[in-house]
Design a binder for this molecule. Structure first.
Ligand code: CA
Length: 221
């Protein structure tokens, strides 16, 4: 899952980015309001982490514009503005959740997972697909009850496909989920991860739609 973090405080930004990467998220980080709008216009994100007090453009203005244009991406506000009035304003401007600094990184990750679940229309905290399960919180996948040993990248590819069963994701779309701006995209990486997953899950589990991309068909759980 790929997140955009908008935070002008370097220390907070760096610690949030590192912490969320450890939890398996791909994180791009910008430090002012204009850079945030540019990133939102040019890249596809699963969720936005938005500070309010920002250089160049205030977070509330960014959020209001986003919603006015019909963007439904989950937005979690991370801010030092802690009054009840500020919280109400943030939520009523279109945010899905609101956390006040200082916050706990594990709680932030849990709230992000909750928002992503809701966005995917899923109530269960574990993703089920036939005999396969994936727990986004523990990063554990099982097949017929057996624990699967997957690399962090393989897990990310699998999670992206499982979040949208029946949808075909192109190699470029999968690369976007896997690599932030500051990470070099290895050539053929997606093919390599798909190959690895097929070896562990069975060749039929992930379909290759020639010239289009990859898909996991919907299965009864
Ligand atoms: Ca700030």
């Amino acid at each position: 899952m790929r997140l955009l973090l908008v935070e002008d405080d370097a220390m907070i930004g760096e610690s949030v980015r590192l912490g969320l990467r450890r939890d398996g998220f791909t994180v791009d980080w910008v430090q002012d309001g204009r850079a945030a709008e540019l990133a939102l216009a040019n890249d596809v994100y699963d969720l936005l982490l938005l500070d309010l007090g920002l250089p160049k453009k205030d977070g509330i203005e960014i959020l209001t514009n986003l919603r006015r244009h019909g963007n439904r991406m989950p937005v979690l506000i991370l801010t030092a503005r802690d009054s009840v009035g500020d919280r109400i304003k943030g939520l009523d401007s279109g945010a899905d959740d609101y956390m006040v600094k200082p916050f706990d990184l594990d709680e932030l990750a849990a709230r992000i997972r909750a928002l992503l679940r809701r966005q995917a229309g899923r109530a269960d905290t574990v993703i089920h697909c036939g005999e396969l399960t994936l727990n986004p919180a523990t990063r554990v996948a099982t097949l017929s009850g057996r624990h699967l040993t997957l690399s962090a990248r393989e897990l990310a590819v699998l999670e992206a496909l499982l979040e949208r069963p029946g949808a075909v994701l192109s190699r470029e779309q999968l690369e976007e989920k896997l690599y932030g701006w500051d990470e070099e995209v290895e050539s053929n990486a997606v093919e390599v991860y798909i190959h690895g997953l097929r070896k562990k899950l069975g060749a039929d589990f992930i379909k290759n739609i020639r010239g289009v991309g990859y898909m996991i068909p919907r299965k009864a759980s």
